[in-house]
Design a protein around this ligand. Structure first.
Ligand code: SF4
Ligand code: FES
Length: 338
């Protein structure tokens, strides 16, 4: 008989779940899903070693385990704390956690400019969402904010250090996806900043993924900047036969024009498959892609405000037999071509 897999039983906000030993509290909560999942600004399931930097995922462990039921004396980072059998955790049911999260958001916003009206990340910014949920109306900070000049990281990526929350995700992307250390965090404490070595351009294939993993508008796509607000665009899943990556992307349309190409993201806003720079920056014609279906957008997202579910292919498909053949399956689900 095969060995039975040991599972730990954990309760989060009163909801029980069974997970494998070594699972973090955050991932146990994600297994349950819904409102009880702590927000995560620095943890990224696809990036090894991520987490433990931002403290937005703090939770309260009210019972350590069945063996040692004592509560943990302080709130813990759920992305870095693994579960024990019988552990009981509080997230949104703990007023202490909610209060602490407000404090974390206040700290994250101390140096972050409130420039959402002109920031390209607006509408898909995790800090903006957190600010709405937990932010105070006024700041208590009286000192001068730290500011930096925008830095051009090559011809495709722009760094606005003023908006960076030092989550390190982009550093992990560079280390883990491009096989070469491209940039890192210089200095410590209040002086910390993301920088390349003597501002060397980030030009390795796959480096464009730093744009997708950045939770705020610190790293933006120069080929898309200021072209449109995301909620006026229509995301459509598409794929191509790419020799370098999975070729599975989301195309962001405005009318017939593809304004940008991004990786597809899951319900936590994390990339499903990292995509190469050729797919991201060089393939902006509908004819480069086989369209699949409108991207399912989380109903909470402002992007959903302009969302549509009907497959409405751009006219370039209607005029091109080859593209019609490539999209035959999707076209069957729509109105006949006129
Ligand atoms: S630039 Fe963005 S991804 Fe990189 S550390 Fe700053 S906030 Fe995180
Ligand atoms: S997500 Fe856990 S500390 Fe940032």
């Amino acid at each position: 008989m095969a060995d039975e897999v040991v599972k730990f039983k954990v309760t989060i906000d009163g909801i029980p779940v069974e997970v494998e030993p070594g699972t973090t509290i955050l991932n146990a909560a994600r297994k349950i899903g819904g409102d009880i999942v702590p927000p995560a600004m620095c943890y990224y399931s696809k990036l090894e070693g991520s987490g433990g930097k931002c403290r937005t995922c703090l939770v309260k462990v009210t019972k350590g385990s069945d063996k040692d039921p004592r509560p943990m004396p302080k709130l813990v980072a759920s992305c870095r704390t693994t579960v024990m059998d019988g552990m009981e955790v509080q997230n949104i049911t703990s007023p202490e956690v909610v209060e602490a999260r407000k404090g974390v958001v206040e700290i994250l916003l101390i140096n972050h400019p409130l420039d959402c009206p002109i920031c390209d990340q607006a509408g898909e910014c995790k800090l903006q969402d957190l600010g709405y949920e937990h932010g105070a109306q006024n700041t208590r900070y009286e000192f001068e904010r730290r500011t930096f000049d925008p830095i051009s990281l090559g011809d495709k990526i722009q760094l606005h250090m003023n908006r960076c929350i030092l989550c390190y995700r982009c550093v992990y992307v560079a280390n883990q996806l491009t096989g070469e250390r491209e940039h890192g965090v210089l200095y410590r404490g209040d002086h910390s900043e993301i920088s390349t070595y003597i501002e060397k351009a980030l030009d390795k294939d796959f480096i464009g993924n730093v744009i997708d993993v950045c939770p705020v508008g610190a790293l933006t796509d120069k080929t898309f900047r200021f072209k449109n607000r995301v909620w006026f665009t229509k995301p459509v899943n598409a794929h191509r036969d790419c020799p370098t990556c999975s070729g599975k992307v989301t195309l962001w349309y405005k009318g017939e024009e593809v304004l940008r190409v991004t990786a597809r993201k899951d319900e936590y806003g994390e990339v499903e498959d990292f995509i190469c720079d050729t797919c991201r920056f060089e393939k902006k014609n509908t004819s480069d892609w086989v369209l699949e279906a409108p991207t399912q957008v989380d109903k909470e997202s402002v992007i959903g405000a302009n969302h549509y579910l009907q497959f409405n292919p751009p006219s370039v498909i209607k005029e091109n037999k080859k593209l019609q053949a490539a999209n035959a399956e999707q076209l069957q689900r729509t109105e006949p071509l006129k």
